[in-house]
Structures are given as structure tokens and as C-alpha cells.
Design a protein around this ligand. Structure first.
Ligand code: GCU
Length: 435
């Protein structure tokens, strides 16, 4: 590959930006992964072995949920009641007549003068009603997911971009459709699935401002300035937002709310896993390249580490999580236990070969070590003891797939999600039912 001078400068600046001053360079050498012992998801804090589903539901699962809630993602508040939303058809013949696009405003506190988020709902016109759906957050506003001119541009704060899509932290027309390769609506509609997507910045802008903006301050008690050490960070807030989308979908008769899969990429993959762990209404949970703080085992310290993520993104987790910087072995949990919280619902973990930062092997191993919980609850768990080769999806109840390429969401990823959902919801010809 030939690089221009600008390309070289960009590369050097990129590398410098990736390794903050004083930070350890990331480990990408399997031989340097330290020895570690994982906490046993089937051993209670009192040292009792969990041998029945009843013990799991009444003792161990609540213990694990409490650990993650209070020491990692942070406790989220109760949802608003009643639910308040307004929906409007953008186009009933979008995608060349194949789908209806709806715009839904959801008031996050149930009050029209409070904060709100906008959902883009894409419903395939030809699919039998009610339609199963995928729900996921997007990084660049709903209008970035498809070039349709009727999708409103987000008015929320947005991270800067290089190509002029975002100016003064606001989305511009230039961003319209810019993320459409990650949201292949036609392909998904063809498979008979609806999609609901929401811009994550509607719930909480993704930067560290001490939790002065976004949803957090709305829940402060008198005099409170920031969340307590065990209260929600941004990931928990985004996950809470996904549950609010679910509140709406349960009231939307065109959608089959018993068959809703939550998916997310990268930081939003971490978010999807936490949403799935905390909200059992998500019948399938899919993480894409979620890495550290998502599906990857923290104790491996391969690629991104706990200290690194807490330093670069101090607002993602609750304050208590920072005590584990460089002290992974002291954590009473690891990410296999996050996966186990989703059991017995199907969970699919997807990695990309070149995305070493997210530690694909560590993501696979989380699935592997969640398997005993899935088996205790009567499922087939993960039908692989060794990490599968590229493009050999394992679609058992704990599913795992690694594809070639980099950190991204591709149409092959969506094919795998649809195959997984078809298989577990017993739909279609099951083109993915080959494993
Ligand atoms: C950074 C971060 C990751 C995260 C990713 C993303 O690379 O270190 O933890 O998953 O951003 O969300 O794109």
C-alpha cells in the first residue's frame, strides 16, 4: 500500500492518539496473556455450588446482577410511568415500496416537557404481522442510517467528525446516509425483520462532562451533583434508553414484542449486552466487536484493559469500577458472568479478525465460560469447545462468530444476526441452520 505524506502524518498521529502519554502499549501477544482464574458463575458468594435452576434464579443470578450493577455499569433508575410517545409515518413506501419508515418521539420521563429521544422504525411491508424486530443504537443520528430525505436530522450533541458531517457538534445534511452500510435495511426487511434505531446521544452525549448533561441530572436528588459511586454511567444510561424503546415496541401492534433482539456495535455492543442482562424482554442479545467492558474477558488484559478504558472514557462505567484499574484479578466477576445473566435467552457474540483491540479470543472465552450456566438452564449452551475458524458461525444458544476484516458492522454481520434469529425463533428456511 502506498501512503502519501498526509497519510503518514495521519498514521503517526493516529498511533500517538491511540497510546496516551504514560500508558502501557496494549498487549497483542497471546504468550504474554497472564495466567488468571475466573470466578465461577455457579459458585455463590457463600461458597455453595449451584446445581439447580432454582438456586441460580434465587441466589446466584441476583448476586451477579448486583455485582455488575454496583461495581461496573452502575444502578439505573426505575422507568417512567406512564409511557409517553408520539409516532408519525415518514414514508409508507420507503425502500422502493418494501418498507414503512416511522419516526417515534419517546419522552424519557413520560412528560412532554422533559427529555426525549427519536426512534426510526423500519417495518417491512410484505412481512406477516406482527413483525419480529432488531433494536439497536446508532452513533451518528437516525438520518445517518439511510439516505431517505424524510428522516429528521438529529439535533443532539454529536462527536466531531473529519468529513464535515458534524459541524459544531451538530449533525449536518452531509451525514445523511453516511452510516448506511452498517444498517442494510433492505437486506433485513427481505428477511422479514423490522429495525428500530435511536441515536445514543439523545440519551446521553458521549463525553465526560461530569454528568451535567443528558439523562443523568434529571434523576439527581436535591443537591446531588453527579451519580453516586454505584450509580449509572453512560453505558447503563444508553441501555436504559434501549429499554425505553422496548416500552414503546410493546405498545406498537405491528411489532411482535416477544421477538425483539437487541444488538449493538463496539461501545454500543457493551450497551446491548448490559441492556440484555437487565431487561429480559430482549429475547435475543447480539454484541458486535464489543471488546473490553463488553464480551471480552478483562483478566486477559489483551488489547484494551480496564485501566485504559476507565482512563479514556471515565464516564462509561460507574465510579466503583475504577478500583479495578490494574487489579483485574480482584474483580469478583468477569465478562463471562455478564453473558450468563442473559441465560437462557440466546446470545450471539460477533468478533472481527483484525479487531485485536477488542480481543476476539477473549470474547469467545466469555461465551465458553458462560456455557455451564446455559446448560444448567436446559439449553445446548455453546456448541464449540475451540474457537471456530473465520466465517464458521456457531449458532447454538450461546452463539459466536468471527469474520475477516476490521472493527465495523457489515452486511455479513447482519446475515449472521438474521440466521441466528431465524434459527432460535424457528423462522424461515433457516439458511443459517447449518451448525
Ligand atoms: C474505542 C474504545 C472501545 C470501544 C470503541 C467504539 O476503541 O476503546 O472500548 O468499543 O471505541 O465504541 O468504537
Amino acid at each position: 500500500m502506498r501512503r502519501t505524506i498526509r497519510g503518514w502524518v495521519g498514521l503517526i498521529v493516529g498511533i500517538a492518539a491511540a497510546v496516551p502519554a504514560g500508558a502501557q502499549p496494549p498487549n497483542y501477544d497471546e504468550a504474554k496473556v497472564p495466567e488468571y482464574r475466573l470466578p465461577d458463575p455457579l459458585l455463590t458468594q457463600a461458597g455453595e455450588k449451584v446445581t439447580t435452576p432454582r438456586q441460580w434464579w434465587s441466589i446466584r443470578r441476583p448476586e451477579i446482577l448486583k455485582l455488575f450493577s454496583e461495581q461496573m455499569y452502575g444502578r439505573a433508575p426505575q422507568p417512567p410511568r406512564p409511557i409517553r410517545y408520539r409516532q408519525r409515518v415518514i414514508d409508507s413506501k420507503a425502500l422502493g415500496g418494501k418498507a414503512t419508515f416511522l419516526n417515534v418521539t419517546i419522552w424519557l420521563l413520560g412528560e412532554q416537557d422533559g427529555p426525549s429521544m427519536e426512534v426510526l422504525l423500519v417495518i417491512p411491508n410484505a412481512a406477516p404481522r406482527p413483525v419480529p424486530a432488531f433494536v439497536g443504537m446508532n452513533f451518528r443520528g437516525n438520518a445517518s442510517t439511510h439516505p431517505h430525505p424524510g428522516i429528521p436530522l438529529s439535533k443532539s450533541w454529536m462527536r466531531a467528525s473529519r468529513g464535515g458531517e458534524v459541524v459544531d457538534h451538530k449533525m449536518t445534511e452531509k451525514a445523511r446516509g453516511s452510516a448506511s452500510s452498517r444498517w442494510p435495511f433492505e437486506q433485513i426487511a427481505q428477511r422479514g425483520y423490522a429495525v428500530a434505531t435511536v441515536y445514543y446521544g439523545d440519551v446521553d452525549p458521549d463525553f465526560d462532562d461530569g454528568f451535567q448533561n443528558g439523562i443523568h441530572p434529571w434523576f439527581y436528588r436535591d443537591g446531588q451533583r453527579r451519580p453516586e459511586a454505584d450509580q449509572w454511567g453512560s453505558i447503563a444510561a444508553w441501555a436504559w434508553g434501549l429499554s425505553r424503546v422496548m416500552d414503546y415496541l410493546e405498545r406498537q401492534p405491528l411489532i411482535d414484542a416477544k421477538h425483539v433482539a437487541v444488538m449493538g456495535h463496539s461501545r454500543l455492543g457493551k450497551t446491548a449486552l448490559w441492556a440484555g442482562a437487565t431487561d429480559p424482554r430482549f429475547a435475543i442479545v447480539i454484541s458486535n466487536d464489543s471488546g473490553c467492558g463488553g464480551a471480552a474477558l478483562s483478566r486477559r488484559r489483551y488489547g484494551e484493559t480496564v485501566k485504559r478504558i476507565n482512563t479514556s472514557f471515565p464516564h462509561w462505567f460507574c465510579e466503583n469500577f475504577k478500583q479495578y484499574n490494574d487489579r483485574e484479578d480482584e474483580m469478583p466477576f468477569d465478562q463471562h458472568m455478564l453473558i450468563s445473566l442473559i441465560a437462557p435467552r440466546p446470545v450471539l457474540v460477533c468478533s472481527a479478525e483484525e479487531d485485536r483491540w477488542a480481543d476476539p479470543r477473549g470474547e469467545f472465552l466469555s461465551c465458553r465460560h458462560a456455557d455451564p450456566v446455559y446448560r444448567l438452564l436446559g439449553t445446548d449452551g455453546l456448541a464449540a469447545t475451540k474457537m471456530p475458524a473465520i466465517h464458521q458461525p456457531v449458532l447454538s444458544t450461546v452463539g459466536y462468530h468471527i469474520r475477516a476484516g476490521k472493527h465495523d458492522v457489515t452486511s455479513l454481520d447482519w446475515k449472521t444476526y438474521c440466521d441466528f434469529a431465524d434459527r432460535h425463533w424457528k423462522r424461515g428456511g433457516g439458511s443459517g441452520a447449518s451448525q
